[in-house]
Write a protein that binds this ligand. Sequence first.
Ligand SMILES: NC(=O)c1ccc[n+]([C@@H]2O[C@H](COP(=O)([O-])OP(=O)(O)OC[C@H]3O[C@@H](n4cnc5c(N)ncnc54)[C@H](O)[C@@H]3O)[C@@H](O)[C@H]2O)c1
Length: 362
Amino acid sequence: MKKKNSFLKSYKKLRILVTGTTGFKGAWLAFWLNSLGARVTGIALKPEKDSILFKSLNLISKIDQHFIDINNFTKVNQLIKKTKPDIVFHLAAQSIVSNSFSLPLETFKTNIMGSANVLEAYRINRVPYLVYISSDKCYLNFNKEKNFKESDSLGGLDNYSSSKASAEMIFSSYFNNYFKKKKFLTVASARAGNVIGGGDMKKNRIIPDIVKALNDKKKILLLRDPKATRPWQHVLECINGYLLLGHNLLNKNLNINTIPNWNFGPKNTNCSSVENISRTFIKSWGKNKLKLNKSKTKKFYESKYLSLNINKAKKELNWAPRLNLEDTINLTVSWYKNFFNGNKNMELYTKKQIDYFLDNHS
Ligand SMILES: NC(=O)c1ccc[n+]([C@@H]2O[C@H](COP(=O)([O-])OP(=O)(O)OC[C@H]3O[C@@H](n4cnc5c(N)ncnc54)[C@H](O)[C@@H]3O)[C@@H](O)[C@H]2O)c1
């Protein structure tokens, strides 16, 4: 198993720019990179009121954090010019599906033009490598029960999906116009499934909503769409994929003719309904009286079925998901319980979860 993790050594002392460091995935990625000895610069908006991860991981003292809006090209460009990163991981986004209905312009601006700003600053400053984080929602989804593969059509029937599909199209345009001239891939986009894990407190995401309801000792939680099926994965699964992808770019392992997009989904058995994941999470939490009900009001459109084909990452990167649904949920529950029960050293606890993940076989 040690051999499977040895690629992580390539990040030691590298200068790495991560966008979205105050968010759920960006904080885990910045923390993991910092623990590997990388020099991380972060771009993000200030942590939101309810947010716990950025603070509990003490990222402000671990990384060189800049509170910059990615819609401000001049600032993003100046920072990239000054810090000269070896590789960029772009994760900043308006990532909440419900917000994309109430705030369409902000969603389109940040997810599309903000991402274009990062791509342009990356290009003109000749940064060597880029991992561009996208989503399973970028695929054109007519709710047929299919596993999307990387060559499937992009598109969106709702604001969030279309913003993600558009961001991918801009990536594709930059790739074809500017980055396709080398013999090997230097940029890649990564599409993950529905991610859960400790520390996410974003409103209108199922696990944070359950955690808040449990903490507030609520008796009922309404589910938007209990039967919707999603590919649930632990945050460490997709971040491990992003790091492995970055390593393969850094080592010039990927031929330029490879499609530069990669799905990082969970094991097939982790595809499950919102209702099932919610019930399993609540059971794993232990003693509580929280019951689930279906919400009677449907405020916006969401796809019913979403699943990813991960054969490409398995074959070409030798990546594979490591955790089953039970482990995924237990790790998540344990992180929140440690935090809310007053564990004073969440940095150490988070590092232990990373070590547990690394010891896990695929
Ligand atoms: N969480 C999931 O289940 C999931 C699944 C698939 C893909 N993704 C994608 O992964 C990426 C990270 O997701 P997350 O769950 O960590 O999201 P998050 O909402 O928890 O964090 C978003 C981050 O982006 C930053 N951000 C937002 N707007 C910004 C702006 N205008 N300028 C600078 N920074 C800005 C926020 O400050 C925050 O740091 C996103 O691109 C998201 O679409 C997430």
